[in-house]
Design a protein around this ligand. Structure first.
Ligand code: DHB
Length: 453
């Protein structure tokens, strides 16, 4: 990124920071864990009626200058029976749709309860999102959420010697937009591009790298997601109910994707063969667990073949696909915005396009892709950091994506996995048979893997 992009971005951050400073809601806190705090003993009842006792420490503010005190704190839950003296910290974000997410308590039916029952310290982090507001400023637009998560991680590192859990072994878990954020957290540890905004946020002066990423269906690599989506689905455009204009957009987007694939060292044929391979793998695991593979899926385990077009039609029958462009919508200025357009919107509340393609194809308005938005997309994309100097990348990655997930596409997941592997990460990747857009499934599998790290 050029000097000027950084300059514009850092200047706007500085102004926003000064504004926030002057209107700060709370006295500056010291970002120090209070060793004398009592916590509250609670019991969580799991689905099988097992009871897990733990101590709750809530509303731990991880910055000294928060702009949204309803979200910018974390809760720490310490199991009475820990798996070892200083166990790993299971950090959970409940971010969905790139919206603000509150630091809630552990849930009996997700990974937080499982982690507590397995004796991990659990840290549930709240963070701002595109819908956060403070004094009429939209303070949660990109990159606010990743800054908040990094600030929480810095707090854990800064207080490692005095608080429960081992900050050298932070496992971050999220789904969808949350899955994308934990992937970004894992890819961009300690990267200097985040240093100034974190300082202005009042984050602790500490490391922000994490040990392990648990990412379910990450809606990530947003700048290339429209192309990837159309590349995957354009062969079944006849069942998508698209207008002539949308059909044109679909074919334009699809045809620009191979160049991007090549830029990542992957051919179209390779990507196609990976998709077939991982769908077949998911089907064969499902069969080993007693499920049946319906013929309408186009998957034949006996022939080891996938009729991809048939499979995609089956998917589209389960739930309607997104229309092109799936992520960076046209006519954002006047009418319609996706979560992503809101994510990259401005502090004054205007949503924004974030790809050259969408900007070029606007229906109306004289709209331009700004350097500021380009810098924000850089800060929100793990693909920008994996395998590059300047970051401390997570060692271990667990990535899952449902075979019926139509919120983003297979190539986005497979490229993420590919890039991580090339960069030397330990990646446990699989597609999950029968699963749509969801997370925290097959928890026994996840926790058996974690226990072996
Ligand atoms: C989420 C879902 C989407 O379809 C999307 O575009 C972004 C985020 C989500 O569930 O978090």
């Amino acid at each position: 990124m050029s000097f000027w992009i950084r300059y514009i971005y850092n200047t706007s951050i500085l102004i926003a920071g000064l504004l926030l400073l002057s209107s700060c809601q709370r006295e500056s806190v010291k970002l120090k864990w209070d060793k004398n705090q009592k916590g509250e003993i609670r019991t969580l009842v799991l689905a099988d009626d097992t009871k897990v006792k733990y101590t709750a420490y809530e509303k731990i503010f991880y910055t000294s200058k928060e702009s949204d005190s309803t979200y910018q704190y974390m809760n720490i839950y310490v199991p009475c029976r820990m798996r070892e003296d200083n166990p790993p910290i299971f950090l959970k974000t409940y971010v969905g749709g790139y919206m603000a997410s509150k630091a809630r308590g552990p849930l009996a039916n997700d990974a937080t309860a499982y982690a507590l029952s397995e004796g991990y310290v659990v840290c549930i982090v709240g963070s701002r999102g595109w819908n956060s507001k403070f004094m009429n400023m939209h303070v949660g637009r990109a990159p606010a959420a990743i800054m908040d998560l990094k600030a929480a991680v810095r707090y854990l590192h800064a207080n490692d010697s005095i608080m429960p859990g081992d900050a050298e072994r932070i496992i971050a878990d999220g789904t969808s937009a949350g899955g994308a954020l934990v992937a970004l957290l894992g890819a961009s540890g300690n990267n200097a591009d985040y240093a100034l905004p974190l300082e202005l946020l009042g984050a602790a002066d500490a490391r922000d790298d994490i040990w392990t990423v648990v990412s379910y269906c990450p809606v990530t690599d947003l700048e290339h997601s429209d192309m990837a989506y159309e590349w995957q689905f354009c062969s079944i455009n006849d069942v998508r109910g698209l207008s002539d204009r949308q059909l044109l957009l679909s074919s334009q987007l699809a045809s620009s994707y191979p160049d991007y694939l090549e830029s990542q060292g992957v051919s179209e044929d390779k990507m196609d063969s990976w998709i077939r391979k991982y769908i077949l793998q998911a089907a064969s695991v499902a069969v080993s667990e007693g499920q049946e593979i319906a013929p309408e899926t186009g998957v034949s385990l006996s022939d080891t073949t996938v009729d991809v077009s048939k499979f995609l039609r089956y998917m589209a029958g389960v739930q309607p696909l997104k229309s092109p462009p799936a992520f960076d919508a046209l006519n954002v200025v006047n009418k319609y915005s996706t979560f992503e357009n809101k994510l990259f919107g401005s502090v004054n509340g205007q949503d924004a396009n974030f790809t050259e393609f969408a900007v070029k194809n606007q229906l109306s308005g004289n709209y331009k892709l700004s350097e500021d938005v380009k810098w924000k997309t850089h800060l929100m994309n793990p693909m920008e950091f994996i395998g590059k100097k300047g970051s401390t990348m997570s060692k271990h990655w667990y990535i899952r994506y449902g075979v019926l997930d139509r919120d983003t596409s297979f190539p986005v997941q497979l490229l993420l996995k590919h890039k991580l592997k090339v960069a030397g990460a330990d990646v446990n990747f699989a597609l999950q048979w029968g699963e749509a857009h969801s997370g925290d499934y097959q928890l026994t599998n996840l926790f058996e893997w974690l226990a072996k790290l």
